[in-house]
Design a protein around this ligand. Structure first.
Ligand SMILES: Nc1ncnc2c1ncn2[C@@H]1O[C@H](COP(=O)(O)OP(=O)(O)OP(=O)(O)O)[C@@H](O)[C@H]1O
Length: 268
């Protein structure tokens, strides 16, 4: 078990936004957290990295490699974030500073995590860039000189640069067209196979869940209504809300190697 969340609640002064949520992510798995807009997915992901807005309070337990992240001093949480636990967001453009080149972003990220050697940083940058299919000459470009798909690739390369054990991917395809979104997920799946990192994949898109997730939790109004293996949730959903979400989801064309309920085997 790499991440084990137990009875997590997130509250503002006025109300409880996440109620007693428990879930666990295993080493190397692709775990999807699915729910409609406003169900609390992003707050849950922010709570894991101690990144909640200052008006919100979390309590419960978030065990990451047996350390309770909610109890860690913020300096320690910062050093885990990026190195052992990493994020990539829907708003990837917001992760880049407009007046710094792509190369400077890679460089500063490594410096911030203690990599002192210029040579090592440069080597790691080029390898990371190539691993997401981007060319080295892009390093001198500014974020606005890259396409959305290129920037999202670069943000994934940075998130995986220091080989984290868990990547939290929050709505990574939402801002991309469907072809670019599909390519990004294929890239994530490839990177996961190569590095063995677990992915907590936050989405409201069941097409991606069908295709990539091994286990799924369904969130509604700040609570997990059910969780289980992909086949269990998609073939035998127990909760009306899950059934409604699945029925409302658009369906992708069904390829040849398809199981019941439109599931597709992902090659491991
Ligand atoms: N700083 C905050 N203070 C008070 N309420 C907040 C704050 N941030 C989020 N919320 C509320 O918490 C609830 C859950 O929000 P959250 O962003 O986690 O939803 P989500 O499932 O990620 O939605 P989406 O898919 O649209 O990103 C929403 O009702 C939202 O308005």
């Amino acid at each position: 078990m790499i991440l084990s969340i137990k009875q997590l609640s997130v509250r503002s002064r006025e109300r409880t936004l996440i109620h007693d949520v428990s879930l666990s992510v295993q080493k190397g798995e692709w775990f999807a957290l699915v729910g409609q807009s406003g169900s609390g997915k992003s707050l849950l992901s922010q709570a894991i990295g101690q990144m909640l807005p200052p008006n919100l309070q979390a309590d419960g337990q978030i065990l990451f490699q047996r350390q309770d992240l909610l109890k860690l001093p913020s300096s320690q949480a910062r050093s885990i974030r990026g190195r052992r636990l990493s994020y990539t967001f829907q708003d990837y453009q917001g992760s880049f500073t407009p007046f710094r080149t792509l190369g400077q972003h890679f460089d500063e990220y490594q410096k911030a995590h203690g990599e002192a050697s210029t040579g090592v940083r440069k080597k790691q940058t080029i390898e990371a860039l190539q691993s997401v299919g981007l060319e080295e000459h892009l390093l001198s470009r500014y974020p606005f000189q890259l396409s959305g798909g290129q920037l999202q690739r670069a943000s994934i390369a940075i998130a995986l640069l220091l080989s984290p054990d868990l990547l939290i991917a929050d709505e990574v395809t939402t801002a991309l067209d469907s072809v670019s979104g599909h390519r990004i997920l294929q890239l994530l799946a490839d990177k996961q196979r190569q590095t063995g990192c677990a992915i907590l994949f936050i989405t409201h898109d069941w097409r991606h869940v069908r295709r990539y997730a091994q286990r799924i939790a369904v969130m509604k109004e700040g609570e997990i209504v059910e969780s289980g293996s992909r086949h269990h949730i998609l073939d035998q959903p127990q909760h009306d809300y899950t059934r409604q979400l699945i029925q409302a989801a658009p369906v992708l064309p069904v390829p040849k190697n398809t199981l019941s309920a439109g599931l597709m085997e992902v090659e491991q």
